[in-house]
Design a protein around this ligand. Structure first.
Ligand code: ATP
Ligand code: MG
Length: 429
């Protein structure tokens, strides 16, 4: 019976395994192979004088990273990985790997990020890289299960759209038959429209497209966003939902991904609730104590400012009460001080993770806000229409999955958290 490599223990008498040849070593009278599958690594030992000639022939012709099947006797041996080895009775090459390899999976030779991404399928065979994506899978599964448990409905909205969410320039135009269309930069307008549909709570896990020219370690041109919108809720309600989600997901990963975390050398600390709420005005004051380029009231927080505040706070925190001018038109101004709005950012000490707000649900105020941003209400008619037939008050946020994974696992580059990154210079693989 074929066993996952992890399931082969010193007590297993005989086993059949399949996997990739991780390493080959020839020591005269003995040949060693390390065979790897997604559960672990096992040593295959071939005492040349004791095994049949056919096995020796196959062993001689096998190359690193080939897929092989081994059937043999298991022996306890202290020095081998997992304290056991297999002495083969059968050895079969299922799929031979060409040599030389474009990338060293055993990581004896370190590779540049570009080389790694060019052969991502090989890169992802590395236990360390695999661990990141197994954890990312746990993160998205836990986050979506959490939102479903809170009564949110999983929706899918179009990624090909006619109008920009925020009228920005950060859009990829595409040819849509005889019309021009765009790749959607956010499901914002659509998730709000579902509040008008009476769904009350929705979430979407999907791609967002940003035609940002800059090339940084925390921006992608195609990212994954977890978007949420909830009716009869304000900014405080959805901040609580977001902080509950972050804690739930950290907890879930800490409980369920111990091996992958160990592979990455990450000792995960679950953040404590509640995260501090820091008004924007106070946040720039904290930043201005240390940053060289001072932040003026009404400026967005620079990356240096984000780091300075992060250092001062030392954990996750929210920046709240933003100047209305620097937030999108759909953020709800405070009725008693309309120069500030009910918007927030969730910050990890290293960077922004999420932006959200209570939204404007009054049609006329929304038209006014769109105009104030220099945009034309006509191009938002499909959206504005939903505010004229009974729109409940609502609030929501968008959370970047790659940034969540990147900060959770302390990865240096956002490209580590996405299988096939799209950036300024990369469109393949
Ligand atoms: P930043 O100011 O850090 O560039 P943003 O404020 O432009 O981010 P939002 O439009 O608020 O981003 O998007 C919500 C969330 O989606 C962000 O907090 C981030 O986690 C994620 N996100 C947005 N743009 C990108 C991107 N280009 N690459 C990766 N993640 C992104
Ligand atoms: Mg933002």
């Amino acid at each position: 019976m074929r066993l996952p490599i992890r399931a082969v223990t010193p007590e297993t008498e005989s086993a059949e395994i399949v996997g990739w040849v991780h390493e080959v070593r020839d020591l005269g009278g003995l040949s060693f192979f390390l065979i790897r599958d997604r559960t672990g690594i096992i040593q295959v030992t071939i005492p040349k004088k004791k095994v049949p000639a056919e096995i020796l022939d196959v062993a001689r012709s096998v190359s690193r990273e080939s897929v092989v099947r081994v059937q043999g006797t298991v022996k306890a041996i202290e020095k081998a990985p997992g304290g056991r080895e297999i002495v083969p009775e059968e050895l079969e090459i299922i799929s031979i790997a060409e040599s030389p390899l474009p990338l060293d999976v055993a990581e004896k030779v370190p590779a540049e990020m570009d080389t790694r991404l060019d052969s991502r399928f090989l890169d992802a065979r590395k236990p360390r890289v695999r661990a990141i994506f197994f954890i990312r899978s746990a993160v998205t599964c836990a986050a979506t299960a959490f939102l479903a448990s809170r009564g949110c409905v999983n929706i899918a909205t179009p990624k090909i759209v006619a109008a920009a969410t925020e009228g920005g320039t950060e859009l990829f135009p595409i040819a849509y038959f005889e019309k021009e269309a765009f790749m959607n930069q956010s499901p914002q307008l659509y998730k709000q429209m579902m509040m008008a549909a009476g769904f009350e709570g929705v979430f979407e896990l999907g791609p967002i497209f940003r035609a940002e020219e800059h090339n940084t370690v925390r921006h992608l041109n195609e990212a994954t966003s977890l978007d949420v919108e909830v009716s009869f809720a304000d900014h405080n309600d959805v901040m609580e939902l977001l902080e509950d989600l972050i804690v739930y997901v950290y907890d879930y990963v800490a409980m369920n991904c111990a091996e992958h975390l160990a592979e990455l050398g990450v000792d995960l600390t679950v953040p404590a609730k509640p995260f501090p709420r820091i008004p924007y005005a106070e946040a720039i004051e904290i930043a201005n104590r240390t940053v060289e380029e001072k932040i003026a009231f009404g400026d967005d927080l620079s990356p240096a400012a984000e780091r300075a505040i992060g250092d001062a706070i030392g954990g996750h925190y929210f920046v709240v009460d933003w100047p209305t001018d620097i937030r999108p038109y759909y953020a709800m101004p405070y009725p008693d001080r309309p120069e500030f709005c009910k918007a927030f950012d969730l910050m990890h000490p290293r960077m922004e993770l999420s932006s959200g707000a209570q939204r404007v649900h009054d049609h006329d105020l929304l038209v006014e806000r769109i105009r104030a941003k220099g945009l034309s209400p006509e191009s938002f008619e499909f959206y504005l229409k939903t505010f004229r037939y009974g729109m409940p008050p609502h609030a929501g946020w968008g959370l970047g999955i790659e940034r969540l994974v990147m900060t959770m696992l302390d990865l240096g580059n956002i490209r580590e958290a996405v299988l096939f990154p799209r950036d300024r210079h990369r469109l393949t693989p």
